[in-house]
Design a protein around this ligand. Structure first.
Ligand code: HEM
Length: 311
């Protein structure tokens, strides 16, 4: 049984690079990917040794098709499938392709780049670019829309309990489901709202991040629709590590959403509440100003399984 998760419970960090790649078919290709599975931990270990203060980490994940192709001898994680798009009357959570996923975090962008460069070198000729986003911690951990992001994330031991597979799928203990979406914000429309209207969309105060009281918080506030519980009333959470990104001269302002979960069904339920609404029609007000342009599910094996996959 594999025990040691990759760095899925870390805080979002100061800088992050998100890379989504496609894997080519052809001879020698799978060997390159597998060599990296076996060697990634050593790359990160070396970087941490060289720069002990930079909190460097790298998570590697696999899309559903790639998992089957690369590791036909392996069982399939219970919830690993191509993300099925969620189409509501007003908003759609699109599904976009991705074979390999890397989430690189560090206190300095050059350290993220260094890890990314070594990964790209190891995969040279075996993969193609699908998406790459360079995120930064914005002010006091705010999303680019100006609100503090991450406050209600689980803490301490709860982080592992919500992000890492335990008994749900014995063979894959220590694994996690990473779901990512690149969102673009209509900042003109968002900034045309009053601060009070923005606060009603998020469900928290903008300046001091205090949660709006039940009597004040609208049912379609972002933190109302994503607040979910199981049949016994226990809150269900995921570990989010969103990052802001922007290319201001292009008019591009975004949030790279990433949620790690022990069960993808938890993330999916939140998405359904946002995009379809519960009841249907009660869609997330934040989506009136935010468009998901990607959406991909990856499986993140435990670090010891990842190393074994390289053998
Ligand atoms: C446009 C992209 C998004 C932005 C800018 C955003 C931003 C925020 C902000 C500012 C908060 C309040 C502070 C906090 O508790 O973290 C929040 C809460 C939350 N968000 Fe998001 N979010 C986005 C997408 C998503 C998605 C796609 C999901 C789930 C699939 C999600 C799940 C949650 C959850 C579970 C909470 C905490 C709710 C609670 O208070 O119980 N978010 N988000």
């Amino acid at each position: 049984m594999k025990m040691f998760p990759q760095d899925v419970t870390q805080t979002p960090g100061e800088y992050a690079m998100f890379m989504v790649l496609g894997v080519h078919d052809g001879s020698g290709v799978f060997e390159k990917v597998k060599n990296l599975c076996g060697g990634l931990a050593a790359i990160v270990r070396s970087m941490r040794n060289r720069f002990p203060d930079l909190e460097i980490s790298c998570v590697m994940g696999f899309g559903s098709d790639a998992w089957g192709k690369l590791f036909p001898e392996q069982p399939r994680p219970k919830e690993l499938a191509v993300f099925q798009e969620i189409r509501g009357d007003k908003h759609t959570a699109v599904s976009t392709p991705g074979d390999l996923f890397f989430h690189i975090r560090a206190k300095r962008m050059d350290a993220c780049y260094e890890v990314a460069a070594m990964i790209s070198d190891a995969l040279n000729g075996a993969t193609s670019h699908i998406d790459e986003v360079h995120g930064f911690r914005y002010l006091d951990s705010r999303a680019i829309i100006g609100f503090v992001d991450g406050t209600e994330n689980p803490e301490n031991d709860d982080r592992r309990a919500f992000a890492v597979i335990e008994n749900e799928d014995a063979y894959f203990t220590g694994g996690s489901y990473a779901f990512v979406q690149k969102y673009l914000h209509d900042m003109q429309a968002w900034n045309a709202l009053s601060t009070e209207e923005q606060e009603q969309a998020i469900g928290r105060r903008k300046y001091n991040d205090l949660e709006l009281g039940d009597g004040v918080k609208p049912k379609n506030a972002h933190n109302a629709v994503t607040n979910i519980a199981d049949a016994d009333g226990n809150e269900l959470k995921i570990v989010r590590a969103n990052m802001a990104f922007a290319n201001p001269s292009k008019g591009e302002f975004g949030t790279y959403f990433i949620g790690y979960a022990a069960t993808f069904s938890t993330t999916r339920k939140m998405l359904e509440n946002m995009f379809i609404g519960e009841p249907a029609g009660n869609t997330d007000r934040l989506l009136d100003f935010s468009t998901a342009v990607t959406g991909t599910l990856f499986f993140v094996p435990a670090s010891d399984l990842l190393e074994e996959l390289g053998e």
